[in-house]
Design a protein around this ligand. Structure first.
Ligand code: SF4
Length: 310
């Protein structure tokens, strides 16, 4: 089957990157809340990847187009500053290791001034790699991995079919940190529903402490029609928490987690309120902010529903 270029889904911090697809979809396409659960993993031919890198290089040097490349390549190139590349798609680290190494070497040979390459990675992708392999990828400028943790609660992880446990995710995080690659993780407020809210928040705080990532971002659950979790909600088997309860979860996570040096935020458009700060320095300030919101319970202080995004 020929490779179909995926839509661009990337972390907000990769907004200035060139988006280079190595895969399409996600190898762990089972999570009950996620749009990637509709996808099938596609692995792009390495020669095809190299042709796109050649086209990037030609355009960067001479503003010339290469025949056979889709318009999107040039739409991205026109905005690109040549500094960062984000490897698509849902978990590009699953790309077979020798080919991944070759793709990164090729990219670096064509763009020696490249500053950083980034990718989403599932914990399973990371666990499949040795620390030495991750270090070798770092030498090829793989500078940050984005991992969806979602929850630290094993019951929630099982329910959403993440196919990985709390302890396995901590092990994956330790490998990334040992390799020197930056680790950015996301967790999802509300994923335990009403019944599992407190345990989800406490266990997520615990996993964040154990992982000690460089960046941690909280998102708020937004149900996507046709996903398994959406159907559970429709049938009444899953109950969504309220916006203020999502802030209570966020406060519990901040309060009960300890970091050595982490930029913690809830700036994603799915959230009802944005916090940001460097931990541990800003922990007290963020907790006071959240406590003030929870005490006042003024809906005008929350992001309106129509302005929330995925
Ligand atoms: S949450 Fe992550 S691992 Fe699960 S289907 Fe979505 S992209 Fe894949």
């Amino acid at each position: 089957m020929s490779f179909v270029r995926p839509d661009i889904i990337r972390p907000p911090s990769e907004h200035a990157s060139y988006y280079l697809p190595l895969t399409s979809g996600c190898s762990n396409n089972s999570c009950a809340f996620c749009a990637f659960s509709f996808t099938t993993l596609g692995i792009r031919d390495l020669d095809d990847v190299k042709r796109e890198i050649d086209a990037m290089s030609l355009y960067a040097k001479s503003r010339m187009w290469m025949a056979g490349q889709p318009d999107i390549v040039y739409a991205i190139l026109r905005q690109w500053d040549g500094k960062r590349v984000f490897l698509q798609d849902g978990d590009a680290l699953v790309y077979p290791y020798p080919r991944l190494m070759e793709a990164l070497q090729y990219l670096n040979a064509k763009f020696p001034a490249l500053e950083r390459i980034a990718s989403y990675a599932t914990p399973q992708d990371i666990l499949r790699r040795s620390v030495q392999e991750l270090r070798d990828l770092k030498k090829q400028k793989l500078g940050i991995l984005y991992m969806g943790v979602e929850s630290g609660d094993d019951d929630v992880l099982k329910k959403i079919r993440k196919n990985v446990s709390h302890d396995q995710m901590v092990e994956a995080a330790k490998k990334v940190k040992a390799s020197g690659i930056l680790l950015s993780v996301t967790v999802i407020l509300g994923l335990g529903g009403v019944a599992g809210s407190e345990k989800h928040a406490l266990e997520t705080a615990r996993i964040l402490t154990e992982m000690d990532p460089d960046y941690a971002g909280a998102l708020t659950l937004t149900l996507i029609p046709e996903t398994e979790l959406y159907r559970e909600w429709e049938s009444g088997r899953f109950e969504m928490i309220t916006p203020f309860d999502s802030l209570r979860e966020l406060k519990t996570m901040v309060e009960h987690s300890t970091f050595s040096n982490c930029f913690f935020s809830s700036m994603h458009a799915s959230n009802y309120f944005s916090i940001r700060g460097s931990m541990p320095k800003d922990k007290g300030k963020i907790l006071r902010q959240l406590q003030a919101l929870l005490s006042r319970r003024d809906p005008n202080m929350l992001r309106p529903e129509f302005m929330r995004g995925l």
